[in-house]
Design a protein around this ligand. Structure first.
Ligand SMILES: [Zn+2]
Length: 198
């Protein structure tokens, strides 16, 4: 590939994106070629703007345009409560419930030995640091209800409990609108464990 071949360069760059194979990259590159100049400008500027203006919060790991983020600095949010999630996008899912007024901590993944992701690859040390300062009273583990998410929650609970904080796990179970008959064993046992008094 010579630098004089911008199309080949674009194909190569697109192919480095997650989930984009050689054929998709070629198709996208030809799409860009056919697209009006102003639309391509808008796409390129949007990509640059993300790199220039959006970052990760140095405290909680959430995506933000100010560091620390609004969740970490807002006086309306309870600093005694931290909700731990795997990915920045999970923060939005918890926020949607409007029921949580504490702060967040994003791990940037879950422990997955088969994919070579160990505790040191996640933002676990910063979490322990935040808890160790004495303000935090409860850590809610809202990692995904997957094998990796469960393993991560158990691992964190073991590290956090000796620090003298309450550690809780979100209740998981049968999705609303589904039938108990079609619920797998894992989900059903989680639903039973997460039961609350009525
Ligand atoms: Zn933050």
């Amino acid at each position: 590939m010579s630098p004089a071949d911008p199309l080949a360069e674009l194909v190569a760059a697109l192919q480095r994106l997650p989930g984009i194979g050689a054929r998709s990259a070629l198709r996208l590159a030809h799409h860009v070629l056919k697209t009006p100049r102003e639309e391509v400008d808008a796409l390129a500027s949007a990509m640059i703007a993300v790199k220039d203006r959006v970052t990760y919060c140095s405290t909680c790991g959430n995506i933000t345009d100010v560091d620390p983020c609004v969740y970490c600095t807002s006086p309306d949010r309870d600093a005694r409560l931290i909700c731990v999630v795997e990915q920045p996008e999970n923060v939005g899912a918890v926020e949607k419930t409007r029921g949580f007024r504490g702060r967040y901590h994003v791990l940037m993944g879950a422990i997955a030995p088969l994919s070579g992701i160990g505790p040191d690859d996640l933002r676990i040390k910063p979490l322990l640091g935040r808890v160790a300062d004495g303000t935090v009273q409860e850590v809610i583990l809202a990692t995904n209800p997957t094998v990796e998410g469960e393993a991560t929650a158990l691992y964190l609970a073991k590290l956090l409990k000796p620090l003298g904080v309450r550690v809780s796990r979100i209740a998981m179970g049968i999705p609303v609108g589904s039938d108990i008959d079609y619920t797998d064993e894992f989900t059903m046992s989680k639903a039973m464990e997460g039961r609350r008094e009525m």
